[in-house]
Design a protein around this ligand. Structure first.
Ligand code: CLF
Ligand code: SF4
Length: 486
């Protein structure tokens, strides 16, 4: 029997015992490792504790972003410089800029308070490589004092080749490049200017430089054996049809993971796209493009477009617990041995989940019709959250044998003031309407009724997601045998 990892979530109440060995049946692990685009084993080891690079890891491990890089060297039409870099964060969010020393202090504080924080990322608020001194000094300080923390960098790629030796020297093993086009004529609609070697280049001239530098950056990362993920912002009518080509090029140049993210554009953010009414894709359009690329390489589908000062598991944001005025008052309690113990518990837990699933899958017949379920979770791969507290639902595809994470849907939580909000419930139901069940540790009677009316079966449990999903599937298929599962 194994205990829940019991790690620090924003709400750590109700820690209960869960036993992966009781999982009834499933196929391979949730991160579809049997799929054609499966990640090679040697890379899997390198990403096992990185919540963005590994879908499995994102259920357990957290990241910290430190906002040390305010300047940028290009202009994206979906960015307003008053706010964070929209390549790796939601537009409209403002982070407090830190000095490298403040950032290192914050990293050490959080490494003690959230021991499952395994990655320090620099992703803004501008471009980290347009602020090389602060970016690299921060990484140096953290590497010296907290050697088990992985260093992660996200950039538009313009200056990457200039700093590749420094990146290697600091053992930054994870680099994200945002590449929205491989055709400068398309790029011209996304980037009005690029600043390179102290000169500003407008229009296509600048975009050509950016494109060349991004291609060189991919080559340099492959040569240096640094894991490269590519983010692409999907902009309907501009690069949506072009992203398959981007996907092809980045794969051929050694990137191993592609994260196609939806454009977020609202007029109040003051971005060019927001002001001209350029819309972002809806979830169906986004999924269609992701699916069209997924035979080619592994797609990231669990990105939360987090802030440049994000803290915690990807689905949660604890940045407000660690604002500058607060974390500067806190004493770092970095303890390597304690952290390692927590990580070992997580590894044991996930290994047992996988083993239990594999053992059952070996015996099980092949899966039945696929259905989607919406899961309320605070992390640790558990159904462990009240329906009314969920700010997002994780969506899993279940076929009676396999349980696979496919997406997440952001919602406003139902219990805003201690009471359920009717309009919010309608919005939640709309967001998860393609699911057959809602799995949560508790669901109030009123939302239960409304969910049922909308064809969503509520299911209460506190256990490993895979087990609960398979239990639900069994019950659901039995009760719908007469009408069939669609
Ligand atoms: Fe940060 Fe980016 Fe590193 Fe992750 S985020 S620098 S790779 S540690 Fe992750 Fe956030 Fe998506 Fe980025 S969920 S926006 S992909
Ligand atoms: Fe904004 Fe980031 Fe683009 Fe720079 S790279 S303009 S900070 S979105």
């Amino acid at each position: 029997m194994l205990q829940s990892t019991g790690l620090t979530n924003s709400d750590s109440s109700a820690a209960k015992t869960v036993t992966p060995s009781t999982i009834k049946a499933s196929g391979p692990c949730g991160c579809d490792s049997s799929a054609p685009q499966a990640i090679p084993e040697n890379i899997q080891e390198r990403i096992a504790k990185h919540p963005c690079y590994s879908e499995d890891a994102h259920h357990h491990y957290a990241r910290l972003h430190v906002a040390v890089a305010p300047a940028c060297n290009i202009q994206c039409n979906y960015c307003n410089r008053k706010y964070d870099c929209a390549n790796e964060s939601r537009p409209g969010v403002v982070s407090e800029v830190l000095t490298p020393e403040e950032a290192a202090h914050k990293a050490l504080v959080i490494a003690g308070k959230i021991p499952q924080m395994t990655v320090l990322g620099i992703a803004g608020p501008g471009d980290p490589l347009a602020n090389p001194k602060h970016t690299f000094r921060t990484f140096e300080l953290v590497a010296e004092q907290a050697p088990d923390i992985k260093l992660c960098l996200s950039s538009n790629g313009l200056m990457l080749t200039e700093y590749i030796d420094k990146i290697k020297e600091l053992k930054i093993d994870h680099v994200t490049l945002t590449i929205n086009m491989v055709d400068p004529e398309i790029g011209e609609k996304i980037y009005p200017w690029v600043r390179y070697n102290r000169k500003r280049y407008k229009g296509i001239e600048g975009v050509k430089i950016l494109h060349e530098k991004q291609m060189e950056a991919l080559d340099a990362l492959r040569e240096a054996d640094i894991l490269c993920k590519v983010n692409s912002v999907m902009i309907p009518g501009i690069n949506d049809q072009h992203l398959a080509e981007v996907n092809e090029v980045i794969r051929s140049k050694g990137a191993f993971l592609h994260n196609i993210m939806p454009l977020i554009s609202a007029p109040e953010h003051g971005t060019h796209f927001g002001l001209i009414g350029q819309r972002g894709p809806n979830p169906k359009e986004l999924k269609a493009v992701q699916d069209s690329c997924s035979g080619n390489m592994k797609m990231m589908r669990h990105c939360r477009q987090c802030r440049a000062d994000a803290v915690g598991l990807l689905g949660e944001d604890r940045s407000q617990e660690f604002t500058k005025d607060k974390f500067l008052e806190m004493t770092p309690e970095y303890d390597l041995a304690a952290r390692q113990e927590v990580h070992e518990n997580i590894e044991r837990f996930t290994a047992e989940v996988k083993a239990a699933k594999a053992a059952k899958a070996a015996k099980a017949a092949k899966g039945g019709p696929k259905i989607l379920v919406a899961v309320a979770t605070k992390g640790n791969r558990l159904v462990n959250q009240h329906f009314g507290h969920a700010k997002e639902f994780q969506i899993f595809e279940v076929d009676g044998v396999d349980v696979k994470f496919v997406a997440h849907r952001k919602v406003d939580h139902y219990c805003q003031t201690g009471y359920g909000e009717k309009a919010t419930l309608e919005h939640i139901i709309k967001a998860i309407a393609d699911c057959k069940g809602v799995l949560a540790s508790k669901i109030g009677l009123c939302p239960q009724e409304e969910l049922r009316k909308a064809g969503l079966e509520p299911f209460e449990a506190y256990d490993v997601i895979d087990k609960v999903a398979l239990d639900f599937y069994e019950q659901f298929t039995k009760s719908s045998e007469s009408v069939g599962v669609s």
